[in-house]
Design a protein around this ligand. Structure first.
Ligand SMILES: CC(C)(COP(=O)(O)OP(=O)(O)OC[C@H]1O[C@@H](n2cnc3c(N)ncnc32)[C@H](O)[C@@H]1OP(=O)(O)O)[C@@H](O)C(=O)NCCC(=O)NCCS
Length: 190
């Protein structure tokens, strides 16, 4: 499989439809068996496009932002939203609220590129530490550990109305990590 030629940038309102597609496909892939089929099937591209447009427009006002990872050939392949930590933050300044990679592009470096971009965005906003909540049974827990996160908290929350155990992963002192995979395509390399 070719490497992706990944870049990460701030999302624009016109990215909202792509973000909605990635978000819905990722939820349907990740939470099948955890959240009811009916609820997952009812996720509407139109509704989520409107929500992402609003999120992109309002996040910057609240020290937050939405990032999009894109590949030169395939376009948008992942998204991430972040800002000040909510609910007291367990002693952490910043929080990644959402991080989703298109299921067709998992394991190809987009998650790492987005989290690295998020850490840089926190530093730009003088937010020095990061917390991320993940469903306790989600494989993303292994990703966060691979990225240096430590299990620092647990809670029970509602996910589309259903009680869900979550683990909080923390990074106390943010240091940007270089993506493991090259950011340029093979054809760009001499
Ligand atoms: C979790 C997620 C964002 C990771 O993104 P990704 O693009 O698949 O991950 P990457 O390819 O960037 O992997 C980065 C590192 O994490 C490791 N990793 C990723 N997924 C892993 C898994 N399921 N188990 C173990 N390690 C994993 C990789 O091996 C890699 O380490 P390496 O570079 O040392 O080899 C992505 O899998 C995803 O969107 N999952 C579904 C949605 C989700 O659960 N989001 C999080 C909600 S809290």
């Amino acid at each position: 499989m070719d490497d992706l030629a990944l870049s990460v940038r701030t999302a624009r309102p016109e990215d909202a439809a792509d973000l909605a597609r990635i978000y819905i496909e990722s939820w349907q892939d990740t939470y099948a068996g955890v959240i009811s089929h009916t609820l997952l099937g009812a996720m509407s591209p139109r509704t989520h496009t409107t929500r992402w447009q609003a999120t992109i427009r309002t996040m910057e006002k609240h020290s937050g932002t939405v990032l999009v990872a894109e590949d030169a050939r395939f376009g948008a392949v992942g998204l991430c939203s972040l800002g000040k930590a909510r609910d007291g933050g367990c002693g952490y300044d910043g929080e990644v609220y959402t991080l989703y990679v298109d299921p067709a592009f998992l394991g190809r470096g987009a998650g790492r590129a987005l989290l690295t971009g998020a850490f840089e965005a926190f530093k730009d906003r003088k937010l020095r530490s990061c917390l991320i909540w993940a469903h306790a049974q989600n494989n993303a827990c292994f990703f966060y550990e691979a990225m240096g996160g430590r299990r620092v908290a647990t809670r029970t929350t509602r996910l589309l109305g259903e009680l869900t155990p979550e683990i909080g992963f923390g990074w106390k002192r943010l240091a940007a990590r270089k993506p493991a995979r090259p950011m340029q395509s093979r054809s760009d390399q001499s």
